[in-house]
Design a protein around this ligand. Structure first.
Ligand code: FEO
Length: 172
């Protein structure tokens, strides 16, 4: 595998693990604030990010590449209102999209069609991730100031359930 593509793929394991850590910290914030539904949403989001890391890790193994696990940064955000973590999540997902695009561009440059094909799942996933994050921001801005509406939003987020992403199905 092209060295640059390899390094970006390996680094993405770390980026996805950091995403998981970041969303755990958001879950902690909402848990402390009594919004257990939002905490549930981000606990599940954290699991999905761990899954994303495992998908990249599996891909490296399947291509006989070494996996180098790197130190994970500490999430350090402080929040003063309920919308801030949601905005931070949207910003973070846009950043992750830019990382996936950069790997895809490097793979294209190296004529690594297998990696381009592998990344297509993530390209679609990032669209969904950004869309979900944006919806969370919009709904909190629209309804978050009303206690009853906030309660309903929290209930909706409490109903989110985890499911194994298709690239990991049968491999967990
Ligand atoms: Fe792994 Fe939320 O993107």
């Amino acid at each position: 595998m092209d060295q640059r593509v390899y390094e970006l793929l390996n680094d993405q394991i770390n980026k996805e693990l950091y995403s998981s850590y970041l969303y755990l910290s958001f879950a902690d914030y909402y848990e402390q604030k009594g919004l257990k539904g939002f905490a549930n949403w981000y606990n599940i989001q954290a699991k999905e990010e761990l899954d994303h890391a495992l998908i990249f890790r599996n891909y490296l193994h399947e291509n006989s590449c070494d996996v180098k696990l790197l130190a994970i940064d500490q999430p350090d955000k402080e929040f003063t209102d309920f919308v801030q973590p949601l905005e931070a999540a949207l910003e973070h997902e846009k950043y992750v999209t830019s990382l996936i695009n950069a790997i895809y561009a490097a793979a294209a440059e190296a004529h690594d069609y297998r990696t381009m094909n592998f990344l297509s799942w993530f390209i679609e996933e990032q669209q969904e991730e950004e869309d979900n994050a944006e919806t969370m921001v919009t709904r909190m801005k629209l309804f978050g100031d009303d206690a009853k509406a906030l309660y309903d939003l929290d209930q909706e987020n409490a109903a989110r359930t985890y499911s194994v992403p298709s690239p990991l199905a049968g491999k967990e």
